[in-house]
Design a protein around this ligand. Structure first.
Ligand SMILES: [Fe+2]
Ligand SMILES: [Fe+2]
Length: 281
């Protein structure tokens, strides 16, 4: 029997109400896998607490960072910044048997054949420009004028890179290298905090925020790397869409002020692929 593949993102457990949601999460079967697509929490210790708890409940947990994991907050005893912080998070995950973008790919053996789960950490580079702007400088200035500026500007440090765009370029290159090692028949489930394509950001209330949501460099990855499903979060707009025939799943929980207002009951985590044990019930 194969368990189902579930996915969630943006648990933001620095909010007490979200901690209670996490505490209530249970798999349907002891074989179920869980993908966690970033923004677990804001401090290193809290991120570890959540991932460790989830790993105790799910047969496999696959994590990729969001922007919040990479923040260096003054009150966090772990003051690492940028790439050093990311590598420390990776080591913490490995110590807790959680799979990261640096580990060997896990292969989920579902009823429709094997799926290689690919956690990606690609960041963003301001190439999804604000409306009416032509350069990154113009785009950022426009966002400041509109008063819509991502907190990353203050506390997501790119060290040792000169800026987040350079870190993004390095991450895209490394992710592309890893994806290219997969054979031409390998089907994937691509998991990233930031969406691979820009279209999901078109429903943002503040379109200038899109520049902190992804990069044009990944626009064809869902077809080029044979994604059965592309899982993402960050936008806090949970929904299912299709681009170029590929299913995209935004699986965020979001902040209590967001999920408490949603008309439909929240489905956390989202079952993205059903296993054989689920199908036989
Ligand atoms: Fe988030
Ligand atoms: Fe985010």
């Amino acid at each position: 029997m194969t368990g189902s593949l579930f996915a969630v993102s943006d648990l933001h457990t620095s909010h007490a109400a979200n901690w209670r949601v996490v505490d209530d999460l249970r798999p349907e079967s002891s074989d179920d896998w869980l993908v966690v697509a970033g923004d677990v929490s804001d401090t290193f210790g809290d991120i570890e607490r959540v991932l460790r708890l989830l790993r105790q409940r799910y047969a496999k947990v696959i994590w990729t960072p969001g922007n919040h994991e990479l923040w260096t907050l003054q009150q966090d005893p772990v003051q690492l910044r940028g790439e050093a912080r990311y590598h420390a998070l990776v080591r913490m995950c490995q110590d807790n048997d959680v799979i990261t973008p640096e580990d060997e790919f896990a292969v989920w053996l579902g009823p429709t054949g094997p799926m290689t789960i690919v956690p990606l950490f690609q960041l963003y580079d301001h190439s999804w420009l604000a409306p009416g702007t032509k350069t990154k400088k113009e785009s950022v200035e426009y966002a400041y004028r509109m008063g819509v500026v991502c907190t990353d500007e203050m506390i997501l440090h790119p060290d040792p890179y000169p800026d987040r765009e350079s870190w993004c370029a390095a991450r895209v290159k490394e992710s592309e290298r890893r994806l290219s090692t997969l054979g031409p028949d390998v089907k994937t489930v691509v998991v990233s905090h930031w969406p691979l394509v820009r279209q999901p950001t078109e429903t943002l209330r503040h379109p200038e925020f899109a520049q902190w949501c992804g990069t044009t460099r990944t626009a064809d990855w869902h077809t080029r790397f044979r994604a059965e499903v592309a899982v993402y979060g960050h936008l806090h707009i949970p929904r299912t869409t299709h681009y170029d025939g590929v299913r995209f799943e935004e699986v965020s929980l979001g902040y209590p002020r967001e999920w408490s207002k949603r008309a439909k009951p929240r489905v956390v985590p989202k079952k993205v692929l059903a296993g054989s044990s689920a199908a036989s019930r």
